[in-house]
Design a binder for this molecule. Structure first.
Ligand code: MN
Length: 240
């Protein structure tokens, strides 16, 4: 059976339209999954029903997380926040993992994963991360791998990509900071910024800070393998 992948739709502050880039849909479809787009709502009771519909959860990019979720006051550099989306995605992540559903988060999705599991973040890496910094908001074309990441040997990400370094695209001014127990940092940029985390358990739970959906659409093999691994994990869990 093909795996059904739930994608929680994004929205921009002060707009009234949900959206999901075609890149996400294409990456999931090409890897053999069936994407369904789930609008977040104020009705948190919908989370359980949504989870009954899907074999895996996929979270995408968007605005900043409310720092209150990791016990911080907002600093001036914090960008727009959508409290309803934060609340819904955090709840959805907690319940998906509790239900044994595989998870893949890209960009903000990797941050939601970490915060939902009890980790914290840099609200703005320029303001809060003081060692040498790379350009994490790239000015190069969106599919260009602009900075390197070093991948932990033996990690799921290493097994998937078969690489110990990758060049990745990068648009983030926030980043994960401390990681919750049960998780490990599996990719870092050369300035030390965390670029991917994953669960130490056998369930497929991976968050990457970059945008593999765009690179996969430009035939980047490592990105394609991330989606293939995720979809295969969802198919396996569905059979159980
Ligand atoms: Mn980066």
């Amino acid at each position: 059976m093909k795996a059904i992948i739930g994608i929680v739709a994004s929205m921009e502050v002060n707009t009234d339209r949900y959206h999901v880039s075609l890149d996400h849909i294409t990456a999931i479809t090409r890897a053999g999954g069936i994407p369904i787009v789930l609008p977040y709502t104020k009705q948190l009771g919908q989370v359980k029903k949504y989870l009954e519909l899907i074999d895996g959860l996929y979270l995408i990019g968007g605005d900043d997380l409310d720092p209150d979720y990791y016990g911080k006051e907002p600093i001036p550099e914090l960008g727009p926040v959508l409290p309803e989306r934060d609340e819904f995605e955090i709840k959805m992540t907690e319940q998906a993992l509790a239900a044994g559903k595989p998870f893949l988060g890209v960009c903000r999705g990797a941050q939601i994963l970490n915060v939902a599991m009890g980790g914290d973040m840099y609200q703005d890496i320029q303001a809060e991360y003081d060692t040498t910094q790379l350009q994490h908001t790239q000015k190069a074309p969106k599919e260009h791998g602009s900075h390197h990441v070093n991948i932990l040997k033996g990690s799921r990400l290493h097994q998937l990509t078969k690489r110990t370094t990758l060049k990745v695209n990068s648009w983030h001014h926030q980043a994960n900071k401390s990681i919750s127990p049960g998780y490990q940092v599996v990719a870092q940029a050369n300035d030390g910024i965390i670029e991917a985390i994953e669960s130490k358990e056998s369930l497929f739970v991976l968050g990457v800070q970059w945008h593999p959906e765009i690179m996969a659409g430009h035939d980047d093999l490592a990105s394609i393998r991330i989606y293939q691994g995720f979809i295969q994990a969802c198919e396996r869990e569905e059979v159980k």
